[in-house]
Design a protein around this ligand. Sequence first.
Ligand SMILES: [Zn+2]
Length: 423
Amino acid sequence: MTDNILLHVGIDDTDSNEGMCTTYLTHIIIKQLKKHDIILLDYPRLIRLNPFARYKTRGNGALSFKVELENRDEVELVEKIVLENVEKYSMFDGVNTNPGVIFYEGEITQEMKDYAIGAIYSIYSISYAEEFAKKIGARVHKFKKGRGIIGSIASISIDLPDETFECLAYRKSENIGTKRQLDQESIYLMNEKTYPETFDNIDIEGNYTAIEPHTPCPVLYGIRGNTAEIVEKAHKMVKSFEEIEDYCIFRTNQHTDMHIQENIPIHDMQENSCYKVKCEVTEEPHDIEGGHVFFKVSDNTGTLECAAFEPTKTFRNTVRKLRMGDEIILYGGLNENHTFNIEKFQLTSVAPQYRLINPLCSCGKRMKSAGKNKGYKCPKCGNKIRSSEKVKELINRDIVEGFYEVPTEARRHLSKPIVRMKE
Ligand SMILES: [Zn+2]
């Protein structure tokens, strides 16, 4: 029916560092809409923005959903329910909690899709987002500074050429803040049955389960995967010793590498943006204070200082194995200190490394120096050579071509795990 109204709702920045989470707020709104027979047209969306956005809360996720409504009364009802809940559940005490809500009617335009990509590649100001909202005819609701409108518009607008799903299970309110009571064995079993269609369930070394958050929020756990069906199936396999209040499945841009810009040479890289770049190692990795590993790479336009920071744990051991001349494709972001923060890399060519040693004698024995500039002498047969030149011996490299990534716990929400890479 052409008279129906397509309404997009975007909500962002209602979280503080601990406590509520915007996904839960969205889930509550969806349940209340259902009581009025208003059903979502699609899964709600959980959209991650630029990982460098300064005032981000936990992971910088913006929520949205769309509904088809029959008349203006229904539009008013939806807006009332959304705004009431944002006012009721936002963590207004948080210094960096500045909720923003957007209502937009009609189809998403190309201009809106471009805005959304920009919110992931770069960092927008509140005033820019507000002007954009005015231009597209959206209704804007700012709470406090209203920073959330930046992400709200992006969340309703973003195109998802690649996507994943996350099933979030929520706790009973009386349990929030207490230790999460999950049957760890059931999580390993779920992983066994559903990986790699679900991922990030278990830490890379298999030492512990990674589906539980570490903050006192309403989320009991989250399962990430390639389809809505698989995350729901996996969710049903997890056994919980505490009662699960409810669960909700979100369509997301998590783990798609959507934040990574390609074909930008080192010279043109901007701070607070993320890139994929083909380059060569030009300074060997070395440790600096704090457990961080630094090294340098170059392409034909410039040199980049790269870092595997301490929280990337075992990934640093892999990075330490890189040597001059190795060809790699780096994925990561340039921080405000102009250091490239590596998320993963593909080693495409291992450069042969040599060490200089004394020559072998014709009898097979390694020769010894006969004194400075006096050549070599064989300790076994006494054979002598005049030249003092050393010979090159190939060093066995303890690393092979392939992809290497940070462990689950250090992975950014947007970063595509190797298990999802199709190249
Ligand atoms: Zn000899």
